[in-house]
Write a protein that binds this ligand. Sequence first.
Ligand SMILES: *Cc1c(COP(=O)(O)O)cnc(C)c1O
Length: 339
Amino acid sequence: MGKLDWKNLPFSYIKTDFNIRCFYKDGKWGKLEVSSSEYIDIHIAATGLHYGQEAFEGLKAYMGKDGKIRLFRWEENAKRMISSAEGIKMAAFPVEMFREALFKVIQLNKKYVPPYGSGATLYIRPLLYGSGAEVGVKPASEYTFLVFVTPVGPYFKGGIKPVNMLICRDVDRAAPLGTGIYKVGGNYAASMRAIIAARDGGYANTIFLDAKEKKYIDECGPANFFGIKDNTYITPKSESILNSITNMSLLEIAKSMGMKTERRQVPVEELSSFIETGACGTAAVISPIAKIFDPEKNKVYEYCKNGEPGTETMKLNNKLVSIQNGDEPDPYGWVSIVE
Ligand SMILES: *Cc1c(COP(=O)(O)O)cnc(C)c1O
């Protein structure tokens, strides 16, 4: 490994020393295997390639001031991956093996965990896909689980900066009774056109509306949406969005800070009454939103008028980040030390 410049790490893939694999065959999972290869051998008729039998997770390991490595709510990722597996008829990867794989891959790649205070973290990517061969449309009888890690820089270099979002009405990411509630690659493929169109227009990302009525906010690209007004943290309830663990945690933290919380449908027009809005997910924690443009109504919703993130947003963000890093006590039992 060359010397990594922790303070200037990009948010992209960097090779580490080891990854973990596990194979499902004859109705059961085998033993965890350690590999130093970045490549996998895959059958040309694997269902993961042809029919999108693929789900993934994303979480981070944080180096504390005390030199201990922390994981944040990994059980939620394990459970969500089981839900995703069941949602697209794959063999589920057991929670206890998920834990073992995670801890092992972190320990084996300890030297890639960025130091405390650098703003960088170790991103962990578990992946599950149908690796058995089928030609007809049916679930594979063999599956592969793998997990790799890669050190990533802070999402926002030089501090959190509010971003602009574009409301998307001509592409749907997921249908109400579809796979939007699962973390599967297919949803990402479906969202790609809209996300690229938004980026090409100079926006950070797209805001998807509910596919059925186009009346309510669904998600911000690959992140959940929230708005704040009247001392209340409001986030969409929908049958087609992924339940973000960051969002679940922010709801708890908002309550602990004396805010009210609501999870309900959020009509597009309500955007004009929020004081602060943001997108949340593991990658950035919170991306505060400066402006949202609705091309159909030719309307701009503005927040952060001085270009700075709102005060409530920053309080929520800082509290969550301090718990993740181990700077503040964790009254929720969210943090696990990797030993
Ligand atoms: C992963 C993901 C999120 C964020 O979830 P976290 O658990 O907070 O990382 C939000 N929306 C979608 C569509 C996602 O895939």
